[in-house]
Design a binder for this molecule. Sequence first.
Ligand SMILES: Nc1nc2c(c(=O)[nH]1)N[C@H]1C(S)=C(S)[C@@H](COP(=O)(O)O)O[C@H]1N2
Ligand SMILES: [Mo]
Length: 159
Amino acid sequence: MAHSDPPADPDPARWTVTLTGAVADPQSVRASDLAALETVSAEVATGCEGETTAPDRWRGVRVGTLLDRSRPRADASHALVSSADPDFACGFDLNRLRDALLAVRLDGDPIPTERGGPVRLLVDDADCWERIKWVSRIDVRTEPPTEDDTARDRVPADD
Ligand SMILES: Nc1nc2c(c(=O)[nH]1)N[C@H]1C(S)=C(S)[C@@H](COP(=O)(O)O)O[C@H]1N2
Ligand SMILES: [Mo]
C-alpha cells in the first residue's frame, strides 16, 4: 500500500484537525489542544499487511470525544478521514470511528513525523491503511464515502 512522504516540519502548535460536514458545529482543533482534552492510551501495532510488528503505546483523544463537540446530525452515519498528504483518505462507519484514537503521543513523546505526527488515527482491528498519518480533516457524512474516496483504491496494491 501507499507509504507517502511526510509533510515537511509539521508544527503541532499550528496543525489543526477540522471537523466538518454533517455536524451542527463545525470546528478546527489545534493538535496542541488535543492533549488538553480527556486522553486515553492504547497499544496498537502499525505494521503493513502480513507484517508482524510489536505494538506501540499511543496516547490521544477518542474520536467520539471530538465528534460530540461538533454535534453530528441525527442522520450522520459515516465519515471520511483525510490526511495532509492530499491523496490519502479513508471512509469509516461513524460508530467504528468513535472508538478510534486520535493520537498525539507515542511512548510518552510527541509522535515523530515519519510515524504520523502531530496527529495519527489508530483503529483496532484495522486494515493497515486505515491508521492514517498526519490527520487533518474529519468530514462527517450521511452516506458511505465512495470507494474512490479511499486511498486503498488509488494506489498500486504492492506499493
Ligand atoms: N497519510 C498516510 N497515512 C498512512 C499511509 C500513507 O501513505 N499516508 N500509509 C498507511 C500504510 S499502508 C501503512 S502500512 C502504515 C505504516 O505505518 P508505520 O510507518 O507507522 O508502520 O501507515 C498507513 N497510514
Ligand atoms: Mo500498509
